[in-house]
Design a protein around this ligand. Structure first.
Ligand code: TRP
Length: 349
């Protein structure tokens, strides 16, 4: 509960939590997939946003510098899109050791079989080419994510649909925890996902997923020139060779982006009909997309550049958020230890 709501005697606001691994800058897929929801929800929920550096290390153990550097980058992305440190608490995961402690307890409540069957983890193992050499920490990260969510008492988690298996796993762990350790007075709460209207943007290359590591992303920090270059290089309909040819809208990422971002959806319907009929060239179409994207991302880029001039201020926001987050997690952990009969040997550090 925030001291503010205590002071006013108001009912505590429900808690929302979400996060990102700091392995690269955030892209426009994150923007529609989760950032927009967070910005909106920070007005109604007590919002935590987690920079998940420990989760990032589960597949970047050999690149601590990269992970460390991207904490600030991700924080800049957050602040630039409108996550407001007065309304949201931005927490760096490694600054809250209680999360690691809770992860260890949760690992007893999941089976290897469950972890191996997690469709998102499975897809990532394949995409990263781990095979049987998957780091144990990576395989079990859904348990650590369950710890992130429950330690802050989150009941809503605004995420893209690829994170739904993590939420399911979290609910299973919560039920098991409460059943085993707190049958009369549940300690942990089951969260629900909040999935946005457009929850997945295809990559610039038309691949199903836009990914930091897939080389097919448009980043929030990309300059106007890079944005133009990337859009002009986008995959469209390979059969659409001349402007006069009829083109395909389905599976065409340019239209997927226009669907997600174009404020004039009725003009977009006309564009689609024109494209399908023939007579609308890819360059004209891409110019429209550039115009739409620039109108949204230009102000974000400007704000990001301004903030980047004041890294100390950003660090201060992170330190303060991490401190506040730790207070909340420590309260949960004290209940957890009591329920698990572990509190007797626990003394404050
Ligand atoms: N797994 C998420 C991602 O890859 C990041 C994340 C870590 C997260 N902890 C979380 C998301 C807790 C929601 C809730 O983007």
């Amino acid at each position: 509960m925030s001291s503010e709501s205590l002071a006013k005697g108001a009912a505590p606001r429900p808690v929302s939590l979400t996060g990102d691994r700091p392995t690269g800058p955030l892209h426009i897929g994150h923007y529609v997939g989760s950032l927009l929801n967070r910005v909106e929800m920070q007005h109604t929920y007590q919002s935590f946003v987690l920079v998940a550096d420990l989760q990032a290390l589960t597949d970047h153990a050999d690149q601590p510098q990269k992970v460390s550097d991207h904490i600030l980058e991700v924080a800049l992305d957050y602040l630039a899109v409108g996550i407001d440190p007065k309304l949201s608490t931005v927490v760096v995961q490694s600054g809250v050791p209680e999360l690691s402690e809770l992860t260890v307890y949760f690992l007893n409540l999941v089976t290897l079989a469950q972890l191996r069957q997690n469709p998102t983890v499975k897809a990532e193992i394949q995409q990263k080419g781990f095979g049987e050499r998957v780091p144990a920490g990576f395989l079990v990260y859904p348990a650590s994510q369950a710890a992130d969510i429950t330690a802050f008492g989150a009941t809503v988690v605004p995420v893209g649909e690829d994170q739904l298996p993590m939420l399911e796993q979290t609910c299973e762990i919560v039920r098991k925890f409460n059943r085993l350790y707190a049958p009369d007075d549940p300690v942990l709460q089951e969260p629900a996902a909040v999935v946005p209207r457009v929850s997945r943007l295809p990559g610039l290359d038309g691949q199903q997923k836009m990914g930091k590591s897939l080389g097919n992303a448009l980043f929030l920090k990309d300059s106007a020139e890079v944005l133009v270059q990337k859009v002009m290089g986008m995959y469209t309909d390979p059969q659409h060779l001349r402007a006069s040819d009829p083109g395909r809208v389905q599976g065409n990422p340019v239209f997927a982006y226009l669907d997600a971002f174009d404020p004039d959806q009725s003009a977009l319907e006309d564009l689609k009909a024109h494209y399908e009929r023939g007579g609308l060239g890819d360059v004209t179409l891409k110019r429209r997309l550039i115009e739409v994207l620039e109108s949204i991302f230009q102000p974000i880029r400007v704000r990001r550049e301004e903030l980047a001039q004041h890294p100390d201020e950003v660090r201060r926001i992170l330190l303060e958020g991490t401190r506040r987050g730790r207070e909340v997690a420590a309260q949960t952990l004290s209940k957890v230890r009591r329920a698990m009969q572990l509190e007797r040997w626990h003394s404050p550090a």
